[in-house]
Each structure stands twice: as structure tokens, then as C-alpha cells.
Design a protein around this ligand. Structure first.
Ligand SMILES: [Zn+2]
Length: 375
């Protein structure tokens, strides 16, 4: 199982400046790879490496050969994410991605950890940067093998986000199945009757999305600038909400001694929900997938199996008698007398009759790029 630990770096100028210089050049190198990915419709890491390596290495000699590889990797993974989020149409040109302040990707060749400090490749050689190591970070670092990492800057503060490979815990062998419905009327609902984020959280998420849509349709330069600014804030806000909600869902499963969590396979989410433009726009796909991913990794840490199911008919079918019922916004009612929250009804069906589509699927990362340049 993979988990990410975020290490707050204790870097003062001039060291912080050296990190900033590295990040700036790394972004430039990423931006220089983009036209090749666009022209060749290529986001396979190895193929893109062959297309880009020599020219990028020549243009950015200070970046070093390993960091050039990392920049190519960063661009390939950004395009994979874009594709997974349906951002690349078959019959259209591949959109350009702009890396304004890209997170710098590090692999095992470009960093190492030694007590309380991380040794990082920079443009002026290796730098040992101390980090804040509380109990939480220490426990995580002790629990797994460090893998790849990202160097990111938020409001002037540098963080090193390190992925850890943690050995799997023994699976829970006995217990029930908890169905989880995400993203329609509430952020999530469980078959045990809990509804999460129906109120303020959803309102805030929708407010951000509406704001972004207005800016998108405006299209002016100022609007684009504004959109870049809110996209980072929005993403961090959604991420925060998703962490809270996923924690509560997994706690619910743990307390009820569930052995399995079932969630809908979101591939079909657009087909399933026939609704107005306003609602469709709300289906901000990566936000829901991120919520599911957070549930999955928190569940796996406790040995709870995660299964994805085909959600066909789960929202119309009565979870008590199996007939087709009626839903009116978040109310579900059936002629048998069953009446409950529509999302809870759906989640009971997800736990019940919905067919598994497989235990795992490709992980979709949150968008790590700043914005799409006009295509
Ligand atoms: Zn019924």
C-alpha cells in the first residue's frame, strides 16, 4: 500500500532560493517537453523519453540528466491524468499543459533521507534540508519504504511530499459489507444510514465550481489569471473535505466491523445521471475519484477490502423490495412503504446486488498542473 507523508522543510534563504531556482528550471524543462507530447500524442513515459531526452538535456544542461528524466516523467504523468479525466478527445488536438510552478519530481537517484534531513539534488549540487519531524511523520517514515517524492511550495513554504510503500496488513476476514454512494445529493452516503457533507461542504464545493465556470465562460486574460489562482485553492479545499469525509467513512466501517467497502465504479457516472447542465457540471470527476481513492487507502490500512461495482439501477431500485421506486431530489420512496434518503437507498443497493467490476483500478492523481493553455 502507498501513502504520502508531507514533510515541512526548514529552509531559509539562500537555501530556499536554491530550491526555487531548481523548481523554476524544472518547470521550464516540463514546458519544453509539452510540445513534443502534443505533436506526437505521446504520454508513454519511455516513448516520451526517447522523443525528448536529448533536446531537453541540451537546452537545460544545469538540470542534470536524472532531473531531465524526472521532468519527462512529470509531463507524461500529467497527460495520463488528463486522459483519465477525459481531457483528451480522440479527434481533437491534444491540449497544451502549462507548468507554471510545477512540483519537482524526485526519484531515489535524486534524493536521500538521513536523520531529520533530506538531501536534495539542486542546480548547485546536493543540499541537506532539515524537515519538521513530529510523531505522525516519524511513525509513517518508520512504517514503510520511501519511494518517489515531490518538492512543492505553498505560500512561500517548501514541502517534500514523499510516497511510502507500506507492507499490507492482514485482511479482515469476517464481517459485513458497507456500501458507499458518492457524489449525487450529498458527498457520500453509506448503507449504514450515514450521510456526509450534504450541507455546508457541498455548498462550498459547488460555489467553487460555479465560480470557476463563470471565469471559464468569460475567457478574458484577467479571468484566466483569476482561474489559476482559485484552481489551487479549490483543489486544496476539495482535498481537505475529501480527507475529512473519507476518514469518517472508514471509521464507520471499522466501528461496524465491516470486512469490505463497496463503491461505485465511476466510469459510468455521466451516463447514469441524466440531469441539467448545472448538476452535470457538479460532477467534477477527479474530486469524486479522489474521495474514493482516499477511502480506499484508509480502508486498506485497516485491512478492509475495497471493491468497485457497476452502479446500474442502484439509484432507482428500492433497497427493501427490489421494485423501481421514485426519487425526488434526495428523497426515495417506494410503493412498499420504504422511504429514505436517496443516496442511502443507493448505497444499500451498492452493498447488495450491484455487480463487482474488479477489486482495483488505475489510480488517478489529482491534477498537478496549473492550467490548460488554450488549445
Ligand atoms: Zn420497495
Amino acid at each position: 500500500m502507498k501513502r504520502t507523508v508531507s514533510l515541512k522543510l526548514l529552509s531559509e534563504p539562500p537555501q530556499a532560493d536554491r530550491l526555487a531556482n531548481l523548481a523554476a528550471m524544472f518547470s521550464q524543462a516540463c514546458n519544453a517537453v509539452v510540445p513534443l507530447a502534443v505533436e506526437h500524442r505521446c504520454w508513454n513515459r519511455v516513448a516520451l523519453h526517447h522523443l525528448a531526452y536529448y533536446s531537453i538535456r541540451k537546452r537545460f544542461p544545469n538540470l542534470g540528466s536524472q532531473m531531465v528524466c524526472n521532468a519527462i516523467y512529470r509531463v507524461a504523468s500529467a497527460y495520463k491524468t488528463l486522459k483519465a479525466n477525459n481531457g483528451i478527445a480522440k479527434d481533437r488536438p491534444v491540449p497544451g499543459i502549462s507548468f507554471d510552478r510545477a512540483a519537482v519530481h524526485f526519484d531515489h537517484r535524486t534524493y536521500s533521507l538521513r536523520d531529520g534531513a533530506v538531501s536534495l539534488f539542486t542546480l548547485s549540487g546536493r543540499e541537506a534540508v532539515p524537515f519538521v519531524c513530529g510523531t505522525h511523520q516519524a511513525n509513517l517514515l518508520a512504517s514503510g519504504e520511501p519511494r518517489e517524492a515531490e518538492l512543492v511550495c505553498r505560500k512561500g513554504q517548501w514541502f517534500f511530499q514523499l510516497v511510502l510503500d507500506i507492507p499490507d496488513v492482514a485482511p479482515v476476514s469476517e464481517g459485513g459489507v458497507l456500501g458507499v454512494d458518492v457524489g449525487e445529493n450529498s458527498l457520500a452516503a453509506t448503507s449504514s444510514g450515514k450521510v456526509f457533507g450534504g450541507g455546508k461542504l457541498r455548498f462550498e464545493r459547488d460555489r467553487y465550481l460555479a465560480h470557476r465556470r463563470r471565469l471559464q465562460s468569460n475567457g478574458s486574460r484577467a479571468a484566466k489569471r483569476k482561474m489559476r489562482a482559485i484552481s489551487g485553492r479549490e483543489r486544496r479545499h476539495v482535498e481537505h473535505v475529501n480527507h475529512e469525509v473519507s476518514r469518517a467513512i472508514v471509521q464507520e466501517a471499522h466501528q461496524l466491523r465491516m470486512r469490505e467497502i463497496r463503491m461505485e465504479d465511476l466510469t459510468h457516472i455521466r451516463d447514469r445521471i441524466r440531469a441539467g447542465k448545472r448538476v452535470r457540471a457538479r460532477l467534477h470527476r477527479w474530486a469524486f475519484r479522489q474521495l474514493q481513492d482516499f477511502v480506499a487507502y484508509k480502508a486498506e490500512a485497516l485491512g478492509i477490502l475495497v471493491v468497485y461495482v457497476n452502479p446500474a439501477y442502484t439509484s432507482q431500485t428500492c433497497s427493501v423490495c427490489g421494485a423501481i421506486g421514485k426519487r425526488d431530489k434526495h428523497d426515495f420512496s417506494c410503493s412498499c412503504g420504504n422511504r429514505r434518503h436517496a443516496d442511502v437507498n443507493a448505497s444499500v443497493n451498492i452493498a447488495g446486488f450491484a455487480e463487482p467490476v474488479g477489486p482495483a483500478r488505475a489510480v488517478v492523481n489529482q491534477p498537478e498542473f496549473a492550467h490548460y493553455a488554450s488549445a
